[in-house]
Design a protein around this ligand. Structure first.
Ligand SMILES: [Zn+2]
Length: 349
């Protein structure tokens, strides 16, 4: 599905910015100077302090997202209001950005279902992105920065925590005390899902190919961590017959094992398919198991507000490493090599 172009207030990246110019992988993203203007009515101009990158940026750099360059990358950003075209915000306000694009006026948006909007999109994919010095965005995408977070942490949580929050709460209807398996638990959304599941009082289990990453997940509160190969038997043995919820983002390489890891009536919720777009499923397992197979992407503004509230209650993102904006190629290369645990952040000013 290719979303329709977003209408309304133009999103603009200004000053120095990390721009996708050619589908060469990380080397195709270059830092360029963009013209600076004043915000239009309804828009807020934010001096970005930190931005963070997601796999989406890497896919775009590899030419996999059907995005025509040039495009400034990154969905996540936090910074200080520099100028405001909206009375709700004043220069000096410390803010974070809700990374969803929508028209705010359709029936879906008016009923709070921004993810269903016919003009749905993602900041930094369907518009300019946050990896820049000055970012102009619709005032409705602007929220107060959580007080307890550093700039790097504030830039690290929006897209991944919003996505994982909707997956676990709205879609999988996770309840306290339930068992959650997070597959491939070192990427951004997976680390966010493990943290949120713990915050919501669930028991967390993870898989990872890397022993160091399994160790890190255990330090962060996972009850057990399994190798990524044929994990379902180990999961069932450790959980009295399977988990209530599986968080998936890998797709064909793990989906069968994920379904085998679920207990009777379990829910498998997916937001991605990094190992390919087509997967085969064993149908009897789905219906005999009374399983729910659920899709989810990004989240509504109200879900973003719930994430902010959970952060005020102590939920924290995991920052893997911080790079200066000028080193954006090295930051993307780290993501490309799957070396990270948590979020790779760009420090802007
Ligand atoms: Zn809409």
């Amino acid at each position: 599905m290719t979303p329709a172009p977003v209408k309304g207030i133009a999103i603009l990246s200004q000053g120095l910015a990390a721009v996708y110019e050619e589908p060469l992988g990380p080397a195709g993203i270059r830092v360029r100077e963009r013209p600076r203007t004043e915000p239009v009515p309804g828009a807020v101009s934010i001096a970005i302090r930190a931005a963070s990158i997601n796999h989406l940026d890497l896919f775009m750099a590899q030419g996999l997202q059907r995005v025509t360059p040039p495009r400034v990358i990154a969905a996540d950003g936090a910074g200080v209001v520099a100028a405001s075209g909206d009375p709700a915000w004043r220069p000096g306000d410390e803010v974070v950005i809700y990374p969803v694009l929508c028209d705010w006026v359709c029936e879906w948006c008016r009923s709070g279902q921004n993810v269903m909007c016919p003009h749905f999109g993602v900041v930094g994919e369907h518009s300019d992105g946050t990896a820049c010095e000055i970012f102009h965005v619709d005032a409705r995408n602007v929220y107060r920065k959580p007080r307890g977070l550093s700039w790097e942490e504030a830039a690290a949580f929006p897209l991944t925590f919003l996505t994982a929050w909707r997956m676990l709460t709205t879609r999988a209807r996770l309840r306290p005390g339930e068992k959650v398996l997070v597959v491939g638990a070192s990427g951004g959304v997976a680390v966010a899902a493990a943290a949120i599941a713990r915050h919501l009082g669930a028991r967390v289990f993870v898989t990872s190919r890397s022993e160091a990453k399994r160790k890190r997940a255990l330090e962060l509160g996972a009850e057990a961590a399994f190798d990524s190969t044929d994990f379902s038997k180990a999961v069932r043995d450790a959980t009295d017959g399977g988990v209530d919820v599986v968080v998936e983002h890998v797709g064909p390489a793990t989906l069968a094992e994920s379904m085998r890891s679920a207990t009777m009536g379990g829910r498998i919720v997916t937001c991605g398919s990094t190992s390919g777009v087509k997967a085969e499923i064993t149908m009897p397992r789905l219906f005999w198991g009374q399983l729910d197979l659920l899709g989810s992407t990004m989240g509504n503004a109200s879900e973003f507000e719930s994430v902010l509230k959970a952060i005020d209650e102590g939920l924290r993102p995991v920052v893997d490493r911080v790079y200066p904006l000028a080193d954006v190629e090295a930051a993307l290369t780290r993501l490309d090599a799957a070396e990270q645990f948590g979020k790779v952040v760009l420090s802007v000013s």
